[in-house]
Design a protein around this ligand. Structure first.
Ligand SMILES: Nc1nc2c(c(=O)[nH]1)N[C@H]1C(S)=C(S)[C@@H](COP(=O)(O)O)O[C@H]1N2
Ligand SMILES: [Mo]
Length: 204
């Protein structure tokens, strides 16, 4: 069933259109797993996430604490640098704006450095995670995010290539400078806007 759906809708449509960024194809009903590390099994009772660095109030949330914040959802598309895009995804959790409202943001902060429990890291301009552009999510299509897709909790920054959406996120540090994360050090772009095709270091 899934193979039929994928075969039908998954044909590469190169060149992009108003829905598909340049060089991407629609992966259809499938959702590839792309993980550089071993998938960790994280118990929600043990789970915490911290936002620190250039904030007024460094804060660590546990499972109950983060669920007490106003919930928010993303409905839309996601784009992986390996050229698949997935349309009409629904993720639920809490917006980064809500979290940063708790911590405050110091005026010197320009970038963030996100770290997963596994040691995976990625860097982002602060402006790419504020104003309704990024979420900490625990549900996909109304069900708990599975471990291979970053469950219990991952970062979601859907307007950038999906390597920026760190799975098993545990820390976001606000900084006054940019430092490359795991894939950025290995040749991927520092920002990664799929509409500008910022795949590799040196791309526009
Ligand atoms: N911790 C961690 N987060 C990660 C990755 C990873 O290898 N480790 N891969 C990134 C890449 S390249 C992509 S495309 C997406 C893949 O998410 P998915 O496996 O849920 O499709 O997660 C991103 N976040
Ligand atoms: Mo990716």
């Amino acid at each position: 069933m899934m193979a039929i759906t994928r075969g039908f809708t998954g044909r590469p449509r190169r060149g992009g259109n108003d829905r598909l960024p340049p060089g991407q194809y629609d992966t259809g009903a499938g959702w590839p797993v792309l993980t550089a590390e071993l998938t960790p099994q994280i118990d929600v009772d043990e789970w915490t996430m911290t936002i620190d660095g250039l904030v007024d109030q460094p804060t660590t949330w546990d499972w109950r604490g983060i669920h007490a914040l106003p919930s928010d959802s993303y409905f839309g598309d996601i784009h992986c640098v390996t050229t698949w895009s997935k349309f009409d995804t629904t993720f639920s959790g809490v917006s980064l704006d809500s979290l940063l409202e708790v911590t405050g943001v110091r005026p010197e902060a320009t970038h963030v450095f996100a770290t997963s429990t596994t040691g995976y890291t990625t860097n982002l301009p602060l402006a790419d995670i504020t104003d309704g552009k990024a979420w900490i999510v625990w549900d996909f299509d109304g069900k708990p995010l599975t471990p291979e897709h970053g469950g219990p909790v991952r970062l979601l920054v859907p307007h950038l290539y999906f390597w920026k959406s760190a799975k098993w996120i545990t820390r976001i540090e606000l900084r006054d400078h940019d430092e490359q994360g795991f894939w950025e050090r290995n040749g991927y772009h520092d920002r990664g806007d799929p509409w500008l095709e910022q795949r590799y270091q040196g791309d526009a």
